[in-house]
Design a protein around this ligand. Structure first.
Ligand SMILES: *[C@@H]1O[C@H](CO)[C@@H](O)[C@H](O)[C@H]1NC(C)=O
Ligand SMILES: *[C@@H]1O[C@H](CO)[C@@H](O)[C@H](O)[C@H]1NC(C)=O
Ligand SMILES: *[C@@H]1O[C@H](CO)[C@@H](O)[C@H](O)[C@H]1NC(C)=O
Ligand SMILES: *[C@@H]1O[C@H](CO)[C@@H](O)[C@H](O)[C@H]1NC(C)=O
Ligand SMILES: *[C@@H]1O[C@H](CO)[C@@H](O)[C@H](O)[C@H]1NC(C)=O
Ligand SMILES: *[C@@H]1O[C@H](CO)[C@@H](O)[C@H](O)[C@H]1NC(C)=O
Length: 529
């Protein structure tokens, strides 16, 4: 369809100009959207020719066993979403049946969806949460955990499409579903640009629509320190871009709560010892004062001073209280060794202590930091560099792979018995022309050589939204639907790889997200949404 048949090349002097391309195209979208297609694709789904009609003004979602605040709030949200579906631009062409010569049974009215939650609600989402559910659109959800119920409601809402006369329609469908990986994350960097709380909420909404379940909050970095610490308020007072570009304790609690009721964990990252320049505005004593040709600059944290470790320990004590998740990300990436190398006291210290390389010095640093995290009963996550020197990390430490040959790295880390997360192929700041979600969709985290035992150590992965060139004004468009590709890879069975089928569902999913207030960018080219 996109067959260029003529390319006229005009040569003007020495200038080569492509003057015109002519195409033969059909009118209409390049990819037709599905109607009621589910994203990410469920594990088992069976539909019939029958369908039910829903009167959006007379439809309820009813807990029939356990319930709790999380379920009550989800019901309120999803009733609104279902009602708003009457405005969806994606619907079946209305067929008038004349009563004979058709095997379609007259549509029944579905007036309620019964939610059978077989166990009491858990209060907070966690790595091992159970997200399994059964859904029949004839009116039943069964799940053994509140988290499965949330996923089921999302699926149900996606199956509902407009019908005539302000009614809705849902095809008779039976689904048994659960995710392939337990850790399906999105990293959001709020240091390179400040992202307001309202936009963070919308990102969390979008994550719920894609069944992503970990919000990795890369909350501070070199350029700004927006987190308002209780113990060290000077960090943000001096390190934020502007006095109002901060996250107060209430803001942080609001984000965690907004995520919790959507079954999304919030894992904070306080990256050390590199990426800490903004900490030094108020606490220069914890950074390295560079010398020589870097005189006057401050580098990574000073690894040879006790005060550095005391400071980190005190801050992490607070972070552990503020963020309820058991995991905390302590960074460990991209440490610039030039400044350490320029510092006389550091070089002397290394000589005295027989430390032969800077990466060994970094390894010692990360060992100390991860041990203090473990002492607080948390489990650390680190970037790959922290592990490369075969660091003796506390058991359970998770390593996140983001650069280099990920197949080799995943082999190496899992061989050493570490659990790992894939991010390398899901960098959302790496833009390409057109529907570049395809490259994210094709990435398969288990596609490395290793034993079954090694593959079990892959917990999932994270799409990463670094914020050098995104702000409140474009971050949602950049994240969605490009992260949706990673979301399906991490949720759906490994064999879900039919790209032609996927692009039709994604075409609809973009329309759906748009209707729900997420300005997701077009997925595939010319089309309705
Ligand atoms: C989309 O559907 C219409 C109507 O069925 C059809 O004419 C058109 O060829 C389809 N477009 C594509 C790209 O498949
Ligand atoms: C709502 O649906 C129920 C069950 O189908 C029906 O009995 C009732 O009359 C309906 N109410 C309205 C206002 O349509
Ligand atoms: C339905 O029946 C009417 C009258 O019997 C006829 O004119 C019309 O073409 C039929 N429509 C369809 C879709 O078969
Ligand atoms: C909920 O599901 C369980 C397990 O399938 C079943 O035993 C129970 O009767 C169901 N409850 C209701 C109210 O349907
Ligand atoms: C450290 O600095 C010296 C010069 O002062 C240089 O020769 C050496 O290559 C540097 N080492 C590293 C690892 O940067
Ligand atoms: C210093 O380290 C080297 C290699 O790591 C080792 O061979 C040597 O014995 C060490 N020397 C001392 C004094 O510890």
């Amino acid at each position: 369809m996109y067959r260029g048949i003529l390319a006229t090349i005009v040569v003007i002097g020495s200038l080569l100009v492509t003057a015109s391309f002519a195409y033969i195209v059909n009118p209409g979208p390049v990819v037709n959207a599905t109607v009621g297609g589910v994203w990410p694709r469920p594990k088992y789904l069976r539909s019939t020719d029958n369908y039910f009609l829903i009167d959006p003004k007379n439809f309820s979602i009813l807990p029939v066993e356990n319930t709790c605040d999380i379920l009550d709030k989800a019901i309120t949200r999803y009733i609104k979403i279902i009602q708003s579906t009457v405005h969806s631009p994606i619907y079946y062409p209305h067929v008038v049946h004349n009563g004979s010569g058709t095997n379609v049974t007259p549509a029944q009215i579905l007036s309620s969806l019964k939610v059978n939650l077989t166990s009491p609600c858990e209060q907070k989402p966690h790595l091992k949460m159970d997200e399994w559910y059964f859904l029949s659109t004839s009116g039943t959800i069964i799940s053994h955990s509140i988290w499965g119920v949330l996923r089921a409601l999302e699926t149900f809402s996606q199956l509902v499409t407009p019908y005539e006369n302000q009614m809705l329609r849902v095809t008779e469908t039976h689904i048994r579903d659960e995710p392939r990986f337990p850790h399906r994350g999105l990293l959001v960097d709020t240091s390179r640009h400040y992202i307001s709380k309202d936009i963070l909420f919308r990102i969390l909404d979008g994550m719920a629509y894609n069944k992503l379940n970990v919000f990795h909050w890369h909350i501070v970095d070199d350029h700004s320190f927006p987190y308002v610490s209780k113990k060290f308020p000077e960090l943000s007072a001096k390190g934020a871009f502007r006095p109002e570009m901060i996250y107060t304790q209430k803001d942080v609690a609001d984000v965690i709560e907004y995520a919790r009721i959507r079954g999304i964990r919030v894992i904070p990252e306080f990256d050390v010892p590199g990426h800490t320049r903004s900490w030094g505005v108020s606490h220069p004593e914890v950074l390295t004062q560079c010398e020589g040709s870097y005189q006057g600059l401050m580098g990574p944290m000073n690894p040879i001073k006790d005060v550095t470790y005391q400071f980190i320990d005190e801050l992490f004590r607070e972070v552990q209280e503020v963020f309820p998740d058991q995991y905390i990300h302590v960074g460990g990436d991209e440490v610039g060794f030039e400044c350490w190398n320029s510092s006389t006291e550091i070089v002397d210290y290394m000589k005295k202590n027989n430390i032969s390389s800077f990466s060994f010095l970094q390894k010692n640093f990360m060992e100390k930091v991860t041990r203090s995290v473990t002492a607080l009963d948390n489990i650390p996550i680190v970037w790959q560099e922290a592990m490369v020197e075969n660091v003796d990390m506390p058991p359970g430490t998770i390593v996140q792979v983001w650069t280099g040959d990920w197949r080799v790295l995943l082999f190496m880390f899992t061989k050493a018995g570490h659990r790992a997360l894939m991010s390398e192929c899901w960098y959302l700041d790496h833009l390409e022309n057109g529907g570049d979600w395809k490259k994210y969709y094709n990435c398969e985290p288990l596609d490395f050589i290793g034993s079954e035992e090694q593959k079990k150590l892959i917990l999932g992965g994270e799409a990463c939204m670094w914020a050098e060139v995104v702000s409140d004004r474009n971050i949602l468009q950049r994240i969605f639907p490009r992260s949706s590709a990673a979301a399906e890879r991490l949720w759906s069975p490994q064999h879900t790889r039919n790209f032609v089928e996927a692009q039709q569902r994604l075409e609809e999913h973009v329309c759906r997200m748009n209707l729900r207030g997420i300005p997701a960018q077009p997925a595939n080219g010319p089309g309705i949404c």
